[in-house]
Design a protein around this ligand. Structure first.
Ligand code: NAD
Length: 412
């Protein structure tokens, strides 16, 4: 793989993307980035990169954006996805499935640009649920993804997109590489709002207890569910190794240090020097009973595997979240940090993904969410001015539920 040429990172305003961009810039590479979020919401903004931010320039559901950022690229790292922890993916399956647009359009643009490598960030959520029913799980091998019974919504989309990478490689010769990430954590990622994952959520809850003096903690499920967690530095290292390698099939990228959620809380408590009363919320989203990464294959191929000790990575993560938390909350307001915008289900961003001049406009008018269809009709007449109304239309669908959705379906 050439050392020159532009590297494209999508989802660069997110957790892993931000770290990956930093890694390439540190190596002196030219980096182009995209993210649908406005720049001031990115976790890390690297001024040395060519940044494409926001709903118009950075939305990779829009093929024109994908084409613009991919022109002249030698490597593409496709990380953009509408995703989050269990609370998000169990309540927002349609949104998770919609990331298929991002993946499809990015791989088409990669093909057109003739890139050397296309990296796709898959997930351990592709694994067959029947193999994850026991907390004392046998670690998951790559073959355990089939027969397909992945996590509903998010996992199905990831499995489909993995498959798309394979077929683009086989039929069109694009050098696709796919890693199945197992729970990545570290500084500069989501720690509140509803999309955060267990390590960040637990750090935040422990910090809230420290700051507020209310010494109790809510744990989702009974705390016996097991997982492995990979520190961000290992993830970035693994992504670059896998992309440069000849590994053609999707491969696990995760730590094999298995812990229960109760043990994860123990670690955070030790870092904080505190002991909390545990309340178990048994009806909360908790995901599969057990999941771990079998690293036999990555060891065979790369003679390497993620090896940062959970205790060490959690300490760095805790410190970063502590600073973020105390910059925003105090003893009185600490309880507000647990508010989630996503656990009751949310809606696609109407209008933003729709581009009336897109050559793929047809796919949008056939699309499922009523908000999109309405936004589409109105946007065609007066693109810019109608965007706020599109938001209202989606809100109406939310409040009045099925009735409005049916009407919209009839109109289509
Ligand atoms: P993240 O949510 O922090 O970052 C994803 C970014 O993608 C966000 O900033 C979001 O705004 C952006 N995005 C969403 N829709 C977009 C669109 N249409 N166009 C452009 N940008 C868009 O998540 P992350 O943890 O950094 O994850 C990165 C990738 O790794 C994702 O594909 C995710 O599914 C995968 N992954 C992550 C984990 C993990 O533990 N973090 C585990 C498995 C897989």
């Amino acid at each position: 793989m050439g050392k020159n040429g532009v590297i494209v990172v999508t989802g660069a305003g997110g957790f892993i993307g931000g770290h990956l961009v930093k890694h390439f810039l540190d190596q002196g590479r030219t980096v182009r980035t995209a993210d649908i979020k406005p720049l001031d919401e990115w976790y890390q903004v690297h001024r040395g990169a060519q940044n494409h931010a926001g709903g118009v320039k950075g939305d990779c559901r829009d093929f024109r954006v994908c084409r613009a950022i991919s022109t002249g690229a030698s490597q593409i790292y496709q990380l953009a996805a509408d995703m989050g922890g269990m609370g998000f993916i169990e309540n927002n399956k349609a949104l998770c499935m919609l990331s298929v647009l991002t993946n499809t359009h990015m791989i088409l643009a990669a093909q057109e640009a003739g890139v050397d490598r296309f990296f796709y960030a898959s997930s351990a959520c592709v694994y067959n649920a029947d193999k994850q029913k026991d907390p004392n799980i046998t670690a998951l091998k790559e073959i355990d993804a089939y027969p397909g019974l992945p996590e509903d919504g998010y996992g199905w989309e990831k499995l489909f997109s993995e498959r798309m990478c394979r077929h683009f490689r086989e039929d069109f010769g694009i050098k696709t590489r796919v890693a199945r990430f197992h729970n990545v954590y570290g500084p500069n990622g989501t720690w509140e709002g509803g999309r955060e994952k267990a390590p960040a959520a637990i750090c935040r809850k422990v910090i809230a207890a420290v700051v507020s003096g209310q010494h109790d903690i809510e744990i989702w499920g009974d705390g016996t569910q097991t997982r492995s967690f990979m520190y961000i530095d290992d993830c970035v290292n693994g992504i670059t190794k896998i992309t440069q390698s000849d590994i053609l099939e999707p491969i696990n990228l995760g730590s094999s240090e298995l812990v229960s959620i109760n043990q994860l809380v123990d670690i955070a408590e030790k870092i904080a020097g505190i002991k909390l009363n545990r309340r178990y919320k048994l009806d909360a989203p908790r995901g599969v009973a057990g999941r771990n990464s079998d690293n036999t294959k990555i060891q065979e191929y790369l003679k390497w595997e993620p090896d940062t000790r959970l205790r060490d990575g959690m300490e760095k993560t805790y410190r970063w979240i502590f600073d973020e938390f105390t910059a925003k909350y105090n003893a009185k307001s600490a309880h507000k940090s647990s508010i989630s915008t996503f656990t009751k289900g949310s809606h696609p961003i109407p209008g933003d993904g729709y581009n009336p001049e897109s050559r793929f406009a047809d796919t949008w008018t056939q699309g499922i969410p009523a908000g999109y269809a309405k936004a589409g009709v109105k946007t065609k007449a007066k693109p810019a001015a109608k965007a706020p109304k599109a938001k209202k239309a989606a809100a109406r669908t939310t409040k009045s539920g099925k009735k409005v959705a049916k009407k919209a379906a009839r109109r289509r």
